[in-house]
Ligand binder design. Structure first.
Ligand code: KIV
Ligand code: ZN
Length: 517
């Protein structure tokens, strides 16, 4: 890294564009959990949401604005005074805030979506930026679909936005259409015509991954002089997603000899951020995903294993410890005491209160009884379950599920509903279905299962299974997850986790007598 090395600002949009991923809905409390981890990750800007889009979005952005103090908190707005006003209200408690306004500029969007000509687009952009100036010192402007906009019109719009008071200009490749060389040239042209870009005015890029080029395009823009990259943890986002934060950051770090830039991201927090986002959104990370995929640091071929043992760098360009992978394999067993557990929890980066530690330790003991070796990933699964802090309106007390060739699967489930024991039994298409039907007899939520996924937390035949479900219930989609060495139990826990999230909307109707067995 030379002494002229440039800082690249990391603008994280996991909670806004990332949350636009199909099926990745988050509650305001879950958003806050992620925002706190993003703060630990030390990103520069958190785009917390789109306040005008729903009351839940408004609540989530406000919660984050109140509680997350170090990064700039940003909110998205269309060029409409009611949207800008919603951002003003949501961001009111923020210590550092930014308004992000966008308006499409490409011909196809102007003609078919907005039905407005170039002059009208310019006028709307300038008027809204000027009027937002009274409430916001920091305003970011995005000409949506910039990469498909005529270059001359893009230059005209960007100039007008800067003159109207925009402090950041973001160039989105909204549909993931551009390629690195083309995007690099576009960024160079923008800087040539507007020398304050990348200097007094932040020059940002926001790339989508429809052709799998989001990270490559972002890096091309950085090489051309952009000084902010918009990205998401695990690369989640609309359609094929956004540029992945961990890939952008690690490429800049690993190839600083060539790129000559740096970010302030705390690399050690990357793995934790990835796992938290995956758990809370229910979006499983593909095993071969760069940096955070389960296989990213595993070496299968004998030649590679031999090389790594002789010198790690032969086949590994990143030391996994740098991104927060502990590197430790076997850690605790059933004879491990509270002190060893506490130390491990601390090493994994969790700060628990004494009573939280006690609860987690009890769960660890329960797991160690069933499983010979408890790995870091197992402990993280326990901690992340607790981290959600969802009050348990319904808790699993007892479960029996049978599945036998030639017989209809059958389940008996007992729930503890705030002290009352409810019991039900049901047949089903499989043991999991039988359990869910039994639960529905008691809870009567009317939930529709829209997704069911299962993966193992670690390797080994005694590994815990992690089940992620999505339920459509009380007019919204909620995600639930559960872990257990018994996958039927994990399935039930995941279902109850999701129901518990919306229990406030369900309990009044379900407080009648339990169904007798
Ligand atoms: O992809 C896009 O164009 C966006 C804008 C709102 C920046 O997400
Ligand atoms: Zn986007």
């Amino acid at each position: 890294m030379s002494k002229n090395s440039r800082k690249i600002y990391i603008f994280d949009t996991t909670l806004r564009d990332g949350e636009q991923s199909p099926g990745a809905s988050l509650t305001p409390e879950e958003k806050l959990k992620i925002a706190k981890q993003l703060e630990r990750l030390n990103v520069d800007v958190i785009e917390a949401g789109f306040p005008a889009s729903s009351p839940g979005e408004m609540a989530g952005v406000r919660l984050i604005a109140e509680a997350v103090r170090r990064p700039v908190i940003c909110a998205l707005s269309r060029m409409l005074s009611k949207d800008i006003d919603a951002c003003r209200r949501a961001l009111e408690p923020a210590r550092k805030k930014r308004l992000h306004v966008f308006l499409a500029t490409s011909q196809i969007h102007r003609q078919f979506k907005l039905k407005k000509d170039k002059r009208e687009i310019l006028k709307i952009a300038v008027e809204n930026i000027q009027s937002a100036k009274k409430d916001f010192k920091e305003i970011e402007f995005s000409p949506e679909d910039a990469s498909r906009t005529e270059v001359r019109f893009l230059l005209e719009t960007v100039r007008a936005a800067i003159d109207a008071g925009a402090t950041s200009i973001n160039i989105p490749d909204t549909v993931g259409y551009t390629v690195p060389q083309e995007f690099e040239e576009l960024i160079r042209t923008l800087i040539k015509k507007n020398p304050e870009l990348g200097e007094k005015v932040v020059l940002s890029v926001h790339c989508h991954n429809d052709l799998g080029l989001a990270v490559a395009n972002s890096l091309a823009a950085v090489l051309a002089g952009a000084n902010q990259v918009e990205c998401t943890v695990n690369g989640i986002g609309e359609r094929a997603g956004n540029a992945s934060l961990e890939e952008v950051v690690m490429a800049i770090d690993t190839r600083r000899d060539f790129i000559d830039c740096y970010t302030d991201v705390k690399l050690r927090e990357i793995t934790k951020a990835s796992r938290l986002v995956s758990h809370l959104t229910g979006m499983v990370v593909q095993p071969n995903k760069a940096i955070v995929g389960r296989n990213a640091f595993s070496h299968e071929s004998g030649i590679h294993q031999d090389g790594v043992l002789k010198k790690r760098q032969t086949y590994e360009i990143i030391d996994p410890k740098r991104i927060g992978l502990s590197g430790s394999q076997l850690i605790l067993g059933k004879l491990s005491g509270r002190h060893a557990f506490k130390e491990r929890v601390k090493k994994l980066g969790y700060a628990l209160r004494e009573e939280e530690l006690d609860a987690a330790f009890q769960k660890f003991k329960g797991l160690a009884d069933k499983k010979k070796y408890v790995f870091d990933e197992d402990i993280e699964a326990i901690l992340e379950e607790d981290v959600a802090h969802i009050p348990e309106a319904w808790k699993l007390e007892y479960l029996k599920a049978t599945s036998e060739s030639g017989r209809v699967p059958f389940a008996v489930v007992h729930l503890n509903a705030r002290g009352r024991i409810l019991k039900a039994e049901s047949e089903g298409d499989g043991p999991v279905d039988a359990c869910y039907k039994a639960i529905e007899k008691m809870v009567k939520s009317g939930a529709k299962l829209s997704h069911y996924g299962i993966q193992s937390v670690t390797g080994g035949k005694d590994a815990q299974g992690e089940v992620i479900v999505k339920l459509f219930v009380v007019g919204r989609e909620v995600t639930g997850r559960g872990t257990s060495t018994d996958i039927i139990e994990a399935s039930v826990k995941a279902y109850l986790f999701a129901l518990n999230k919306v229990s406030a909307h369900l309990l009044p109707e379900t407080s009648d007598e339990p169904s007798p067995v």
